[in-house]
Design a protein around this ligand. Structure first.
Ligand code: NAG
Ligand code: NAG
Ligand code: NAG
Length: 868
């Protein structure tokens, strides 16, 4: 039933199935399997962020006072219901799925989207509000509703007027919207077309129908059907009006519970009837762990027989639930943006995940064939790090990505026994990190008091700072990098660790606090536990519409936390970070990775439409649409790469073979296009190495830049530590430039390249070896520099493709890099030269000028490198 999708998604599904029966479902009795139950994880710490460099600051969009009422921060800024709390408090909330909802002064509006369409890049289910629920006594003041409780998934909202109240338990996964009235006269307004029939009776224009009982059926003019269950008898009158609206009202104040449920198909009524009386009011979560598995348990508090609670599952639940009681999928189902929600009975879900044991480095040795190249790269790239010029942070995000990439160099050096190379990296990281402790720095971390969290101080009043960090966007992206850098320093410097542990913990607590007993941080800020993944969206724009478009960095958030926990915290937090990591990876594979091979009717395929899956990878998954696009780029390689980067050992699981192969084929036109940046190509090549490391290594040899978030060393180390089914050497013979001191000769004419202080242009014009210029050709990863020996100036090339190469640069950077390789078909000892500035090959102008304008190797001039 799972088809190909299920089997590749989680090898854990297979492993879990192979466990001794009962080991997963009864964690608390599973001592034979070494389960450690952690019903309530303790807070990492309960102390405040006193001493943080930026001090305290309050965001200028604090929670709506009337809504949070007596509740105190910390508040869950990235939860599905953050729109209820973020000002102005009426934006559309991403749930409780299958419904979406919004709080108006006059009542709660909710609906279940029935319009699903594909627009060529996105699958969309625009929010649809079907009903506004309220009571006639309520006067509509926006202040007259508030939250009375919340947990990791649900929120309880109460509308009130005098002694009349409507309390709604908004619990994700419930097929019914539950409305509990006290001394209040229920009233409902149709929002999706006027009321057409009530209990099968046509209302006509302006007509009314009344009925008394415990069950009512109402159909609007668009044909959307709801059943209203009353848990105690009630009289309701439905009235149509001529303005495509309509109301349903009770005949007087009521004490009791009404439940609304959209009926998608008449055949669903039996199951809905049977379970309508049991309703959830809140949910608790607990966790248990073995070395290899993590179990996540949801337990709903219910009114009524808890064993008969009817809930709805998404694919990620179904793939991990143990001993589940699933009615047939024909009994009930709603198609949502994450695929079909199907029923499960019972108030406890036990979901089991395989946890990674990958932490600092790859789980196998570097292939011997790659080792010289990786060590040369290490020496070069670490040699480039200048402690006295260590970066002064200019922001959170880019600083983190760049420093984390340098941090990997220390870990790789350590892994390869190059211990003398570790300390220079650690010193460099420490010098840069020190700015975060400095209250005189320009970019300051501060503790934000209105919601509770650590932010970029300048962002408290400006959503444009650091991608909205001050409004709680992207914290897992940003702090995952911080924690990775800090973990690397701490691994090699215990004094630094003990000196700064509490400080770094503020960043850790901001994204992986596991406990409601931490008075300063919400629980796992970015994670939506029911949705199974994180949202990058915080409270900007009233917190309306949730999204996440960088699953690679979301996974890295929890990877950074795992590394930090591994040096600084107890096993409990290592396990918690591993669970967050495993769940985020599973969700990325299910909802962002697309599999053209999946079957339309596979139970757990979230995208039945084949044309959606042909897009191979989602860029952005939102609550109401998911598409192959990004806020910032439209290249296929960008859309895929942002689901892959940063390249770290823990992503062995994430870059699953089938998806990596699909991405390889899908992005191939861009991989061979010189106009597309190597910083994206290198990431795609790394992912593909999980499928074919030899081919990936060969392609990696084409690269001359790796972007700020990756390095030559990390790229080749990752490729060289992949599973290697063929056993062939992974790196083979990696091509490299001829290094040494040379005269350069045009193979066709026999003329030598001349250049001098007087004429710095490189021109193949010298007819005698005596007039030839001499160049020093030196190593840079995968390529090299050419330095005119007589002047010590580096040869540079511009991006135009029409300029002549010239020896005019004192320092060599990326435009002074050249890839010099044997020219295919060029004969013995004949090379082509490719410019790092524009990825084009060097050709000769009519006067012999060396011009980097050749589109392919065939058009390149052939050169001989004559040793001096
Ligand atoms: C939300 O409230 C604001 C401020 O009161 C108002 O301007 C806006 O129209 C409301 N939006 C919706 C969707 O009701
Ligand atoms: C390192 O950086 C310092 C400060 O910018 C600079 O003076 C020095 O020349 C640099 N060293 C090297 C080897 O580039
Ligand atoms: C990159 O390298 C591979 C394998 O060596 C080669 O087949 C491919 O054509 C190269 N692509 C470009 C754009 O140079």
């Amino acid at each position: 039933m799972l088809g190909s999708l299920g089997s590749l998604l989680l090898s854990s599904a297979a492993l879990v199935g192979a466990l001794p029966s009962g080991s997963g479902s009864t964690p608390d009795h599973g001592s034979a399997h070494h389960f450690v139950k952690r019903a309530a994880l303790d807070p990492i710490s309960t102390s405040g962020a006193d001493g943080i460099a930026g001090g305290q600051v309050a965001c200028d969009a604090p929670p709506v006072k009337s809504f949070v009422g007596d509740l105190k921060p910390p508040f869950p800024t990235n939860s599905w219901w953050a729109p209820f709390a973020a000002p102005p408090g009426n934006a559309t909330a991403a749930g409780p799925f299958p419904y979406e909802s919004g709080l108006q002064g006059s009542g709660i509006q909710f609906g279940l989207s029935t319009a699903r369409k594909f627009d060529g890049t996105s699958i969309q289910q625009p929010t649809q509000f079907d009903w506004l629920a309220s009571f006639t006594e309520h006067q509509g003041a926006f202040e007259n509703h508030k939250a009375t409780a919340f947990d990791t998934q649900s929120v309880t909202v109460q509308y009130f007027e005098g002694s009349s109240t409507l309390t709604t338990y908004l619990v994700p996964g419930s097929p019914y919207i539950t409305l509990e009235y006290d001394s209040a006269t229920p009233s409902f307004k149709s929002l999706n077309g006027g009321i057409k029939t009530f209990n099968d009776k046509d209302l006509g224009d302006g007509g009314s129908q009344s009925a008394t009982g415990t069950q009512f059926t109402v159909v609007d003019s668009k044909g959307t059907t709801y059943i209203i269950y009353a848990l105690s008898e009630i009289s309701l009158t439905a009235t149509a009006d001529s303005t495509a609206s309509g109301t349903i009202k009770a005949d007087g104040p009521f004490k009791g519970v009404l439940r609304f449920v959209q009926l998608g198909d008449a055949s669903h009524k039996d199951l809905l009837d049977k379970h309508a009386e049991i309703y959830p009011t809140s949910v608790a979560q607990d966790y248990s762990f073995t070395d290899a598995e993590g179990t996540l348990v949801f337990t709903w508090e219910t009114v009524g027989d808890k064993s008969q609670l009817l809930m709805l599952t998404w694919p990620h639940h179904r793939l991990t639930m143990q001993d589940a009681n699933f009615p047939d999928t024909t009994a009930l189902g709603y198609l949502t943006i994450k695929g079909w929600m199907y029923p499960a009975i019972g108030n406890t879900w036990t979901m089991q995940y395989e946890l990674t044991d990958i932490a600092w480095n790859a789980p196998r040795d570097l292939d011997a064939s790659c080792s010289d190249a990786v060590i040369n790269g290490l020496k070069y790239e670490i040699g480039q790090l200048n402690v006295s010029a260590a970066p002064v942070p200019g922001d959170f995000y880019y600083w983190g990505g760049a420093l984390a990439a340098q941090g990997r160099l220390a870990l790789i050096a350590d892994n390869l026994g190059q211990s003398d190379l570790v300390q220079p990296v650690v010193d460099y990281l420490k010098a840069s990190f020190a700015h975060w402790f400095d209250s005189a720095a320009t970019i300051l971390p501060a503790y934000e008091t209105a919601w509770g969290g650590v932010i970029n101080k300048a962002g408290a009043t400006d959503t444009w700072v650091d991608f909205g960090n001050g409004y709680y966007n992207d914290h897992h992206f940003h702090y995952g990098y911080f924690l990775s850098v800090a973990a690397v320093i701490a691994k090699f410097d215990k004094d630094w660790l003990s000196q700064h542990k509490d400080y770094i913990n503020w960043f850790a607590r901001d994204i992986i606090n596991p406990s409601a007993d931490d008075p300063f941080f919400p629980i796992a800020r970015c994670r939506d536990w029911f949705a199974g993944h994180s949202w990058a969206s915080g409270i900007a724009n009233g917190a309306g519409s949730r999204d996440q478009e960088s699953t690679g960095e979301a996974v890295n958030g929890y990877y950074g936390a795992l590394l930090w926990a591994s040096v600084a915290l107890d096993q409990a937090y290592i396990d918690y970070a591993r669970l967050l990591l495993a769940t985020e990876q599973q969700a990325a594979q299910l909802y962002w990775h697309l599999y053209p091979q999946a079957g339309e009717t596979d139970r757990d395929n979230p995208y039945p439409e084949a044309e959606v899956r042909d897009l191979v990878t989602m860029g952005n998954v939102e609550d109401w649409q998911s598409g192959a696009w990004l806020f910032w780029g439209d290249q296929k390689s960008e859309i895929a790469a942002i689901q892959i980067l940063p390249v770290t050992p823990v992503n062995e699981v994430l870059y699953d073979k089938q998806w990596a192969e699909n991405v390889w084929a899908y992005t191939m036109p861009e991989l061979v296009d010189p106009a597309i940046g190597d910083e994206w190509k290198c990431v795609i090549i790394a992912a593909y190495s999980n499928s074919n490391p030899q081919v990936a290594a060969a392609w990696a040899g084409n690269l001359t830049t790796w972007g700020t978030g990756n390095t030559f060393t990390n790229e080749l180390y990752f490729i060289g530590t992949r599973p290697n089914p063929t056993g062939e050497p992974i790196c083979g013979t990696l091509p490299q430039n001829p290094y040494g001191t040379f005269k350069i000769q045009d193979a066709a004419s026999g003329k030598y390249v001349a250049a001098s202080a007087a004429n710095t242009n490189l021109i193949a014009s010298a007819t005698s070896d005596a007039d030839a210029a001499t160049f020093d050709s030196a190593y840079v990863p995968n390529a090299g520099t050419l330095q005119l020996t007589s002047t010590k100036e580096y040869v540079t090339s511009d991006q135009s493709g029409t300029g002549t190469l010239a020896a005019i640069r004192d320092v060599a950077s990326s435009w002074e890099r050249f890839t010099i390789r044997p020219k295919s078909g060029g004969g013995d000892g004949v090379y082509s030269i490719k410019a790092g500035s524009n990825g084009l090959y060097v050709t000769l102008g009519s006067d012999g000028s060396l011009i980097n304008g050749g589109k392919d190797e065939a058009s390149a001039a052939g050169f001989k490198f004559v040793k001096v």
